[in-house]
Design a binder for this molecule. Structure first.
Ligand SMILES: Cc1cc2nc3c(=O)[nH]c(=O)nc-3n(C[C@H](O)[C@H](O)[C@H](O)COP(=O)(O)OP(=O)(O)OC[C@H]3O[C@@H](n4cnc5c(N)ncnc54)[C@H](O)[C@@H]3O)c2cc1C
Length: 409
């Protein structure tokens, strides 16, 4: 079977990429391992989605449903749900397994990777202590409560202040769970400021920055966690150890792009994002393979995921038709205060290109500067910049010379 574009993953990124490619007249196939399209948004029943993209406030399932409806009505898009992609080759042969369609193999003119991300687990952070019931990743607890209708516990502590943990602090409070404490290793939250205010402050849930769990205790069920302040080396100071009794611990300690599928097929990876190195069109180092959404770098807002995936899907369509062209390449480099950028390559030409980035710490009263060929091509004063909020700047492509460097001054 041949399709112009094959999309792996039917979350917000996969759906937006598929629609953009179909709009350009391409035949598109979408593989989704779950029973329905929508990705992780199907379990995010809170509101706050779509403020940028749809200019209205939607819940996660509402946001996903709008795209899923469009995908279903798009004549050029074939969807295989319950189809787990097992492999993709550099030549863009995609193999998937489905309980009702068996082994499916397609050849594609271009491929868009949109597999999302997964959560770091207790094993990944080497959590010390016993292994009782009651320890969940925040996303697992979210699915158990919101999709499956279970209660996860009565008294909870949350480790990590990522957005999912913050959202779950509020969600569990609504369910009658007493959220006693949120512990954050860093001196700042890795989540959005709006979530700190709306999910913790509004419910008087305390958060301790610069603190972490030292061990958990409990035979069958979790009964107590110990925690301590951390020093500058981010190691717990034993003399500060305290405990809190609880039957539930949620881990919100980071997301990892779901890239196992592309291990070993020659795609250059960025160790800072754990996603592929990508250019302005979100094309990876293997020609014809594009990536978008959380599989490329972890986004805070799904609105940005949809915009990025439309770009990738549209470029994948152009590639499949042999019409993707661009000007001279300019590497995007990080300077003082900037942790990473996406994309890592932009092209000289006409029009504008958006560059997304995160800072490597909390900065106040700084000027964000972008320079190319020794000249400033973007400059803006910012009152505050934090790693938890992804930033975006717009660069005039005609001003690009050799490389583009972003820094804080
Ligand atoms: C638990 C959790 C809660 C979140 N809450 C919020 C929130 O409140 N607000 C917000 O703006 N953002 C939230 N996010 C971020 C949100 O995930 C992203 O904004 C957005 O959903 C990312 O879209 P995506 O398509 O890249 O990934 P996903 O939504 O994760 O979709 C990826 C899809 O790919 C499929 N897939 C993966 N591998 C394969 C394979 N091998 N074969 C076939 N299919 C595959 C998965 O089943 C999934 O459906 C949350 C993320 C998580 C993990």
């Amino acid at each position: 079977m041949y399709f112009n574009v094959a999309v792996i993953g039917g979350g917000p990124a996969g759906m937006a990429a598929a629609l953009a490619a179909e709009k350009k007249g391409c035949s598109v196939v979408v593989f989704e391992r779950d029973k329905r399209l929508g990705g992780i948004l199907n379990q995010c029943i809170h509101n706050g989605f779509g403020l940028h993209y749809f200019k209205e406030e939607l819940t996660g399932p509402e946001y996903a449903a709008r795209f899923a409806e469009r995908v279903k009505n798009a004549p050029g898009i074939t969807v295989y749900d319950e189809a787990m992609v097992l492999s993709v080759t550099p030549e863009r042969t995609v193999t998937a397994l489905s309980p009702y369609a068996g082994l499916i193999t397609v050849e594609a003119g271009a491929t868009v990777l949109a597999m999302g991300c997964r959560e770091r687990t207790a094993g990944a952070i080497a959590l010390t202590g016993t292994r009782p019931v009651g320890i969940y990743t925040a996303g697992t607890a979210q699915r158990l409560i919101n999709v499956d209708g279970y209660s996860v516990g009565k008294e909870a502590v949350i480790l990590g202040s990522g957005d999912i943990g913050l959202i779950m602090a509020r969600r569990m409070t609504f369910e009658g769970v007493r959220v006693k404490l949120v512990l954050e290793l860093m001196p700042y939250s890795s989540g959005l400021k709006r979530n700190i205010v709306q999910c913790l402050d509004d419910f008087e849930i305390p958060i301790l920055y610069g603190h972490t769990i030292t061990r958990v205790e409990g035979a069958e069920r979790l009964r107590r966690i110990y925690y301590a302040e951390v020093g500058e080396d981010i190691r717990p100071k034993p003399e500060t150890e305290k405990y809190v009794d609880c039957d539930t611990l949620l881990l919100s300690v980071g997301l990892i792009p779901e890239n196992d599928l592309i291990n070993g097929i020659g795609i250059k990876m960025n160790p800072l994002t754990s996603g592929a190195v990508a250019d302005e069109y979100r094309q990876t180092s293997v020609p014809g393979i594009f990536a978008a959404g959380n599989v490329l770098h972890v986004h805070d807002l799904v609105d940005n995921v949809s915009a990025e995936a439309e770009l990738a899907g549209s470029a994948a369509a152009d590639y499949a038709k042999g019409v993707l062209s661009h000007g001279e390449a300019c590497a995007v480099k990080v300077g003082a205060g900037v942790r990473y950028t996406v994309p890592q390559t932009v092209y000289r030409g006409t029009g504008k290109v958006d560059v997304y980035f995160r800072t490597d710490g909390v900065y106040k009263n700084k000027t964000l500067k972008a320079e190319s060929g020794g000249e400033t091509v973007f400059s803006k004063h910012r009152l505050i910049l934090t790693p938890g909020e992804m930033e975006r700047i717009e660069i005039d492509k005609s001003k690009l010379k050799d490389s583009l460097t972003l820094r804080l001054e």
